[in-house]
Design a protein. Sequence first.
Length: 581
Amino acid sequence: MRGFSAITVALIVMLVLPLGSVSAREVPYVYNPTTPAIALSVLAFYRSHDYPQVLEGCTWLVNLKTPDGAWAYQYGMAPQAKYTALAVMALIRGESLARGMFNKSINAGVYWLMYKQGGDGSFGDYTDTALAVVALKEYAASKYSWLKVGAAIHNGIYYLETHSPKTTMDVIFGGMALDNLTMIEAINATGVNALYRAFAISYLTGRYVNVSSTLTDAASLALLLYSTGKPQYKRDLLDMEHFGFWGTLKYNPVDLLEASTVPGFSNLTGIACPYMEKVKPHFKWERVVLAKYYVECGFSVNLSGIPFGTLKPWQVSEIARIDYKLSKPYGTPVEYLLSHEENGHWGNFFDTAYIVWVLSTLNVRFNYTSPLEWLQSNLTNDYPNYYYAYALVDFHRFGLRKAFNTTLRIISSRQNPSGAWGYTAGTPGNIKSTAMMLKALREVRLENTTMYKRGVEFLRRFLYADIPKVSKNGSNAVMNNATFFVIKDGKLVGDTQSKLTVGSIDGYIVVYPGKNPLVITAVPVNGFTASSPWRSSPVKSGLSRNTSVVYTVYIGIVVVLIVIGAYAILKERWKGNKKNG
C-alpha cells in the first residue's frame, strides 16, 4: 500500500488533520488489519450477499498491497504466495460489485505470483503452491483476466502431484487445488484445521457443511460463516469488523487493561477482556500476576493453594490484595509477609515498596518505620521506572516529603518528550509503564500537573483516533480529507474529494483519509449488486484430471516406444544370428 507506513504514524498525522464542521468521535484504534482475516471475511460475506462488507474489505486489501503487488500476513511483513492468493480471490469477488475498482490490484497480484513461481512449479511451500493454483484457476475462469496463466497453473499442479503434503493444511489446500474432494474428506482435522477442511469441502461442492467451533477470532468466524451460512457467525463476524477491516489486537490485552484504569480510558476494558480470556497461565506465579486483570474483566479467580515460598514477596502481597478485593480472608498471606521481613525490607526496592503499598491499602496494623527508612536509604536513580510508582505513593501516604520530592524528580526526568515513560530511563515509551506512572500521580493528587496531562495525551494519541462521520448537507455527503469512490450499475464511475453529490447510484465507498486510511466505509444508496465474475466455473475445471491423463498417456507412450525399440533390436540380432548360422 502506497504510504501506509505504520498505523501509529498515521494516527499522529490524523490528529492534526482539519475536520471542519464534520462531527467526529474519538474511538480506540487498537487493531491491525491482517490479510487472511480480511480476505476470508470477504469470501464469506460475498457468499452471504453482504456486499458493503465485501467492498470495505477489498478496499482495505488494495491499501495493504506491497509496492510490488503482493500481500503479506500484515503490512510491513514479507509477502507470501498464500496471502497474495487469498487477496486475489477476494478482489475477484469485489470486482464483480464495482468493475474497474480492483482489476489493477488483481492483475498485479497474479503477475507477482507468476514471477514468484520457481522452476519446479512451486510458489513457496506446499500450501503456498496450492493456494496460488486455486487463485490462478479462479483468475483464468474470471471475466477480468488477460494474463496468460495456463502454464503457471500446469506447472503448479505438476509440483503438487509430484510432492507429498506434509501438514494437514497442505492436504486441505492441495485437495482444493487438485479438485480432489476425497483427499480432503479423508483427512482427520481438529481445531482451526477442521474449519479449513469444512471451507475446502464447501468451496468444492458448493454446499454448506455441518461444522462448529469455539474459536472466535475473525478468520475462524469467516470460515464458519462461509462453510455453514449460519446467521450467528455473520453477527459475530460483523461485530469483529473494525473501521472496515478484520484483524488482530494490536496491543497486549494486559497493556490495554492497565491503561483502562486511567480515567478516560475505561472503554478499553471491553476491548481487552475477550482477548484476556484466552491468556492462560502456565505457572503458579503467572496465576498471581494475571489475577488482577482477570478480576477487572469479571472472570473467576482462585489463588488458594499456591505455596508462598515459590513466589516473590510482592506476589504474596498481591494474593492478599486480590483476596481483599474479592471479599475473601487475606490474613494468611499478610502473616507470611510480616514474618518474612528481614532488616526492614523484603529483598529489593520494588518488593518492599509494593508490599508497603498493599499493607497500607489494606490498613494492616504494622510498624512501617523500618521499611520506609530502608526505602529512603536505598532511593537511587538506577531502577526501572515502575519501581518509583509505588515508592512515590508510599512516601506521600506517610508524609515523607523529602523522599517524595526526590522520587517525583526522578519520575519527571524520565518522562520522554512524547509524554510517555518506558521500562527505564531513556527507553521508548510504552502503554503499561505510562499507565502505571499516571495511576501513581493520580493517587498522590497530581492529576492537574503538566506531567500527568502529557502522559494522558500520549495514551490518547497512541490508542485513539478522531474518526469523523459523513455529514449530510442536502443531497451532498461531506467528510473533509476523505475520498469518495462512486459505484453505479456495478461499475466504478469516478471519485471525488471531501464531498459527493449523491444521485441515482448503487452506493459509494468512503476512504478516510484519502491516503494512509484509518477507516473505510461502504454506503449503499440504491444497493450494491453483483454480476457473476466467472466466464466458466473455476471449480472442478478438470485441469488436475487432464494433467494426470496427460502424464499417464505420456508414460504409456514412452513405455510402448521402449518395447518397440527393444523388439526391433532383438529382431535385428535374431536376423544376424540366423545369417551367421
